[in-house]
Design a binder for this molecule. Structure first.
Ligand code: GCW
Length: 842
């Protein structure tokens, strides 16, 4: 009876899942029905019964998940039984048996457990008294849960099930969310917070539980839910009680809550006269506050600290250093087994740009290297993988080798802050792998970043991986259906950084879109090269993402990097470009690397092209290892990258009918958008470099647009020209706007040979309204669209620039000389239907 009830429950849930199908909310946990007869056959002998030996919430999640997944994929009734014996009915006595090693050994004394680490698992087969068992053993209930997800993933990918033992690379496998209590998310691009709204924790936390389940399935065991720019209310008693509800929602999935704390809290929340880290009243305050938190959240993973960085207060106010601040917190957490993740992202954003020796990239090393060995054992320094800030290409931070007696975690970004903000497809795993595999050659031996943070290189007890995820309320979590590969990939790399890009993308695609070979190979190919293409059209040769550095970090804004205190300078001049970070003549940054690697970067002869402008200042005519000049490389790579982005939509269209319509259409629209926005990037960067260097493009493309008609030169009724800032983000530096309430028009007589043409309209789509556009040929409407895309910025912004520039494309229009093409723009809600140009190509 009990079994039957469990089976019915599973069935009801399954119906619910089907109804919700394919919004992307299931991520890679779709568990879609296996229809391939060969695969069905290989799973036919699997047991139909699950015996769970544990009673914890995590153990319950493990068995329920196994039942849910197997039922959904194989359509078999799965019973959850309390013991090995009992009414076996039709399903026989075979079973999946779940538990920790100890529990299982107690139940099956003849079974020999594999030695397991705390979060490891083993999947094995065992025959006893004529019964066949699949045993999923964990070093802990969390390990058991990971074993279940592993087995289900094998089935979803239609692999033969085989015994296996795995354990994670390192203990810290966390995600950080930069969510604010008002429900906004700093650098989040997929809607509002799943955790907070209106200054409080949401009353409905069902998305939080679903998120924790997704995280558990890729081995993530901690989640810092509040922005590192921490709200000062975080540690107030009533807020802590609310935050405890989030911990409760994630706990059944083995995901522990962590909290970002602000170091000034003793003063602001505790009303002490000071927050000086070594002041006894402050030390006492942290202890009491920490005890209070643990009484509400007994398994809190720890604190994350951003201090003395981007306006956050820190120990420097009292002449103290990060170790003294971190250790004060560590002391309070020690008896609770909590950790302090103190961020290495400490720098001065008021650097003097006129000083050729000033260099933000130096900051991490300069602030921390002398502190090595002085941190408490439960402090971990959380280091962004590059020395600046998540640029499309950076070398790895030299801080990793400066700390040899301190545990470290690498901070990687899943949220595509500088890499297209989940409006462009950019599969980040190749980039993350390039960072993790970089061999820093500390002590003249092999010390790749991944082994340093695993604690292997310098024999540290702690360490690991932190991913800034920033999922939001969008049904599919990250907005772009392709972006979930980055979250999946981050988790997989945190579990095992030796996995290859191909292994990761192939699994993700199969789990997310099914096992059809054409679907798999098409999506794998699209994703695999997408980081390279994005780098090509946004920021080549290590110069950084050439975006609006002091704004939203999305579209092009090249000069924003220069002449301010933020230190992301590209040092572009009329003769040359790049930051001289050499030891010989530059900022000396290169000298922060161990000598073998420093030697490679210091010399122009050995510095890799892809990091050239990060390390050196060179003339535009400098010849790269590839044989091209820097300037020609800039032109060529921008054209090549945009050309690659232009192929995405048509490659995707070959999958029509092979995947669900909802995700198909959503992805197609994003690919079409990306093709247009890649052109905005290409033109902005190449035009800017042309103007700066005065060196023409050898292929004659840059500055020559024979098929383009500038809006400001068309015959206008109501449209007026405006200057666009920065100039490079609109063709010719100008656009036109309609300041009427009713429509304005632009008209042009066609004067090329008759034929079928593609008409592209480059216009601007602002958040504030939904302007309408209509294209007419000789007075007859041929297309109509609304400017209502949810493009970044996530905040209301009225600017006409490279963030909002977008394109509408109409292929196959038959045109003859003398035809009149008219574009009608109808403003809405303050959006003046802005237009940049029309391009008519064969
Ligand atoms: O990447 C930058 C972001 C800031 C962020 C900061 C950090 C949370 O632009 O928005 O603040 O880094 O990592 O602290």
């Amino acid at each position: 009876m009990l079994y039957r009830r469990a089976a019915i429950m599973v069935l009801l849930c399954a119906i619910h899942w089907i109804a919700q199908a394919e919004s992307g909310s299931e991520g890679w946990l779709r568990y879609s029905r296996i229809t391939n007869p060969g695969a069905i056959r290989q799973y036919q002998s699997l047991p139909h019964r699950i015996v769970q030996t544990g009673t914890s919430a995590m153990a319950q999640s493990a068995s329920t998940e196994l039942a849910r997944g197997l039922y959904s994929m194989l359509g078999e009734d799965i019973q959850q039984a309390p013991s090995l014996s009992g009414d076996h009915g039709l399903s026989g006595a075979d079973a999946f048996v779940l538990g920790t090693n100890d529990e299982l050994h107690h139940l099956l004394p003849r079974w020999t457990p594999q030695p397991l680490k705390a979060e490891g698992f083993s999947v094995s087969r065992f025959k006893d008294g004529g019964n066949n068992y699949w045993i999923i053993a964990g070093g802990s209930p969390r390990g058991e849960l990971y074993g279940v997800f592993h087995l289900l993933e094998q089935v979803a990918e239609e692999h033969a099930l085989a015994p296996d033992t795995e354990s994670p690379s390192s203990p810290i496998r966390w995600v950080d969310q930069w969510d604010n209590f008002d429900g906004s998310i700093e650098r989040g691009y997929a809607g509002r917070s799943i955790f907070f709204d209106g200054g409080h924790v949401r009353s409905d936390l069902s998305r939080v539980s679903e998120y924790a389940r997704l995280l558990a399935s890729i081995g993530i065991n901690g989640c810092d839910v509040n922005n590192v720019n921490s709200d000062l209310r975080t540690l107030q008693p009533d807020m802590l009680r609310e935050l405890a509800r989030i911990a409760d929602a994630m706990r059944p999935w083995g995901v522990r809550l962590a909290l970002s704390v602000d170091l000034s809290s003793p003063q602001i929340v505790g009303h002490l006269p000071t927050f000086a880290p070594l002041d006894p009243t402050v030390i006492d305050w942290w202890q009491q506050k920490t005890d209070e938190i643990y009484s509400l959240i007994p398994d809190l993973a720890g604190y994350v600290v951003k201090a003395d960085s981007e306006g956050r207060l820190g120990p420097s106010k009292y002449g103290r250093n990060p170790a003294q601040a971190a250790n004060a917190l560590a002391h309070a957490l020690q008896s609770h087994h909590g950790l302090v993740l103190y961020r290495g992202f400490v720098y001065n954003q008021h650097l003097d740009w006129r000083d050729p020796k000033a260099d933000r990239a130096r900051a991490g090393y300069d602030n921390f290297h002398s502190l090595d060995g002085t941190f408490a054992p439960n402090v971990v320094i959380q280091v962004k993988h590059g020395p600046i800030d998540f640029q499309v290409r950076e070398p790895v931070s030299p801080l990793f080798t400066a700390l040899q007696h301190t545990s470290q975690a690498v901070e990687l970004q899943v949220s595509q802050q500088y890499t297209g903000q989940q409006r462009h497809m950019v599969f980040l795993v190749p980039m993350l792998k390039a960072a993790l595999d970089t061999d820093l050659r500390a002590q003249n031996r092999t010390t790749p970043v991944k082994e340093i943070v695993e604690g292997k290189s310098f024999h540290q007890p702690l360490g690991g991986f932190v991913g800034v995820a920033n999922v939001g309320l969008d049904a599919n979590w990250l907005h772009h259906p392709m972006a979930m590969a980055n979250l999946y990939g981050f988790g997989k790399l945190a579990w095992n950084p030796d996995l290859t890009t191909d292994q990761i993308i192939d699994s993700w695609t199969r789990l997310t879109f099914g096992n059809n070979p054409r679907v798999v190979s098409t999506i794998d190919d699209l994703q695999r090269n997408s980081w390279h293409a994005y780098e090509q059209y946004t920021g080549p040769l290590g110069v950084g993402t050439l975006t609006d550095i002091i704004g939203i970090h999305y579209g092009p804004g090249i000069e924003s990097a220069e002449r301010n205190g933020w230190g992301q300078w590209i040092r572009a001049a009329h003769r040359g470009i790049g930051m001289d970070r050499t030891i010989a003549t530059g900022t000396g940054y290169i000298g922060q690397y161990p000598p073998e690697l420093a030697k490679v970067y210091e010399s122009l002869a050995t510095c890799p092209d892809e990091l050239l402008l990060f390390m050196h200042h060179v003339p535009y005519a400098y010849v790269l290892h590839s044989g091209k000049t820097v300037i020609q490389h800039v032109y060529d790579s921008h054209y090549a990258g945009a050309a690659t982005a232009a192929t995405y939509a048509s490659r995707w269209q070959r999958l029509h009918g092979l995947i669900d319509e909802e995700r198909y259409q959503q992805t197609l629209a994003l690919f079409q958008y990306q093709a247009g926005h890649a052109i905005v990037w290409r033109d902005a960067v190449s035009e800017w470099f042309l103007r700066m260097s005065g060196i023409p493009d050898a292929a004659g493309r840059v500055g020559h647009f024979p098929d383009r008609i500038e809006a400001e030169s068309m015959q206008s009724d109501g449209y007026t020209p405006v200057d666009v800032t920065p100039w490079e983000t609109a063709s010719g530096g100008k656009a036109v706007v309609c300041n009427r309430i009713s429509a304005c028009t632009l008209a042009q007589v066609f004067n090329k040979p008759a034929g079928a043409y593609t008409i592209a309209v480059q216009y601007f789509d602002l958040r504030i309204g939904a302007a309408q556009f209509e294209l007419l040929l000789n007075g007859k409407p041929i297309a109509h669209w609304t400017a209502d895309d949810t493009l970044p910025p996530a905040v209301v912004d009225r600017r006409i620039d490279g963030h909002t520039s977008t394109r509408f494309t109409l292929p196959g229009v038959k045109l003859a000389p003398g035809d009149t093409l008219t574009l009608r723009g109808i403003p809405d809600g303050g959006e003046p239907a802005p237009v940049d140009y029309i391009e008519i190509t064969k």
